[in-house]
Design a protein around this ligand. Structure first.
Ligand code: BDR
Ligand code: CA
Length: 317
């Protein structure tokens, strides 16, 4: 099986995505962290806390870039809470990071796997800074990436951070530009389908009834409650939206994608209203290699995968 590296900014839905991967037997070879929803320090802390809850504390966590390539860092604590996980309880006793140079880790790992005749898959659910720097320093690693899955960008130009831009791209547009120019088999879960693939309050209440007694259950429940509250505060209703878990689900079960387009993507870099916007061109006039942009997924399967991950415990037979 092709090894997978998860690159994450340690927020609420990143946490859910990580639990979902592990619950479905997709064990990342490593997790690399990046600034984004919160600072790099908090993102790394969160991942180091979640892994032991899933009895996966032996998965190496390598911290990466604390800031974007050419602008000051932005965060989204108004969405993810001051700690990035809405105050959800994680163990005090956490493993130490296995390293603090995710860029070198990505380069060396992709290069070593390629030298052994294999590929490396990447799931990126935060700003794309770590990979962009790795590609800049060593462009040939692009050929060693088997499948890159990204949560980020927009497909129809409706952003969640600015009217035009989605958070992961807006947080480091130069990095996204480098990644979308690279010749890598890439599929993207953009922001818009994340707003339509959701679970309503009744479904969530039923799923979480009787949950929350054990540490992982309490963590999952706190995460879900925070997520619902935030969506309600934004006027989206009391719903749980699949965002990073949508991208995780695509990795777990690629067949759940029911609608996608192939298009070239360019990132708007000029200052102003469109900075960080992903311009999508199915006619491929932008000069970037085409990527797959997911428009729809099988909502019943998404719900099943998520529900199974909420019920999962690491000691399950
Ligand atoms: C993306 O940005 C973050 O807020 C989420 O974790 C997700 O990766 C959504 O725009
Ligand atoms: Ca994220």
């Amino acid at each position: 099986m092709t090894p997978l590296i998860l690159d994450t900014d340690g927020g609420i839905d990143d946490a859910q995505a990580l639990v979902m991967l592990l619950a479905h037997g997709v064990r990342p070879a490593a997790v690399t962290t990046v600034f984004g929803n919160v600072t790099l320090e908090l993102a790394t802390r969160n991942i180091l806390g979640i892994l032991p809850l899933c009895e996966a504390g032996d998965i190496p966590v390598i911290s990466g870039q604390a800031a974007p390539m050419s602008q000051p860092a932005i965060h989204a604590t108004h969405v993810h809470g001051e700690d990035g996980i809405g105050g959800a309880p994680i163990p005090e006793d956490r493993p130490a990071p296995a390293g603090d140079d995710a860029v070198t880790y990505l380069r060396e790992t992709i290069r070593a796997n390629a030298a052994a005749g294999g590929k490396t898959d990447l799931l990126m659910i935060g700003p794309l800074t770590n990979l962009a720097l790795a590609l800049t320093l060593e462009p040939s690693i692009a050929g060693g990436i088997g499948q890159l899955t990204i949560m980020g960008g927009t497909i129809h130009g409706r952003g969640n951070t600015t009217p035009a831009a989605e958070f992961n791209i807006f947080a480091d547009p130069e990095a996204a530009d480098i990644v979308f120019r690279a010749d890598i088999p890439t599929r993207v879960v953009p922001w818009e389908p994340c707003t339509t693939h959701a679970m309503d309050a009744a479904e969530m209440d039923a799923l979480f009834a009787g949950q929350g007694e054990d540490p992982l259950g309490a963590f999952n429940k706190a995460i879900a409650e925070h997520s619902r509250k935030v969506n309600e505060g934004f006027g989206a209703g009391d719903v749980f939206r699949f965002v990073d878990p949508f991208a995780a689900a695509v990795v777990i079960e690629p067949g759940l994608v029911t609608g996608a387009i192939e298009a070239s993507v360019a990132v708007a870099l000029a200052p102003g209203l469109t900075r960080g916007m992903t311009l999508v061109d199915p006619s491929r006039r932008l000069g970037t290699p085409p990527v797959t942009l997911i428009e729809t997924g099988d909502l019943a399967r998404l719900r099943d995968l998520y529900a199974a991950s909420i019920r999962w415990r690491p000691r399950d037979p």
